[in-house]
Design a protein. Structure first.
Length: 157
C-alpha cells in the first residue's frame, strides 16, 4: 500500500506541519483549524518500509490529529472543564509535536504533556482489540486495533 509524508503550510496562521497518509490529500491545520490545506510537497514513504515504532508513531499521530480509528476518554477532572476548555485541550493534543527521548523513549508518539491556563495535563494512547475487551494483538495493524486516547490532569495519572 502506498504511504506518503505530506508537508503543509497553513494559509491562515502560517504554521507548518507534516502528516502521513495513504494518499496525497488535503488536511486541516492542527494549529488553527483552517480546512482543506493542500500539501506543498509529498514524499512517497512506501519506497522505504517503516520499522514497527515508526509505523506506530504514524498511526498514533494520525489518530491524534483526526480522532478517527479510536475513542477518546477524559478523566473526571477533565470532564469537569467547560466545553471550550475541552475543545482547546483536544486541539493541543492534535498539535503536539514536542516528542523527546525523555517523553517518548520508544518513538511511538503515544504520550505527551500539555498546558492549559496554567494547569498541566497528560495524554496517553493505549491499544485494544476492535471490541475494546483485550489488548491489541498487533498495534501496528489498524484492522486489529482500536486506539484509546485518554486525557487527564497530571494529578489523575
Amino acid at each position: 500500500m502506498a504511504w506518503f509524508c505530506n508537508h503543509y503550510a497553513c494559509d491562515r496562521c502560517k504554521k507548518s506541519w507534516t502528516d502521513e497518509w495513504f494518499a496525497t490529500c488535503d488536511d486541516n491545520c492542527p494549529h488553527c483549524g483552517a480546512r482543506h490545506m493542500s500539501p506543498h510537497q509529498s514524499d512517497d514513504l512506501s519506497l522505504y518500509p517503516p520499522s514497527d515504532a515508526t509505523r506506530m508513531a504514524r498511526l498514533n499521530d494520525r489518530f491524534r490529529r483526526t480522532l478517527k480509528g479510536g475513542r477518546v476518554v477524559m478523566t473526571a477532572g477533565v470532564e469537569a472543564l467547560t466545553e471550550n476548555a475541552k475543545a482547546v485541550l483536544l486541539l493541543k493534543v492534535a498539535a503536539f509535536e514536542d516528542f523527546t527521548v525523555d517523553n517518548d523513549p520508544h518513538s511511538e508518539h503515544d504520550f505527551g504533556s500539555i498546558d492549559l491556563l496554567g494547569e498541566k495535563y497528560f495524554w496517553k494512547i493505549d491499544y485494544y482489540d476492535p471490541h475494546c475487551r483485550h489488548g491489541s494483538e498487533d498495534p501496528t495493524d489498524p484492522d486489529k486495533t482500536t486506539r484509546v486516547l485518554t486525557i487527564m490532569r497530571t494529578e489523575e495519572y
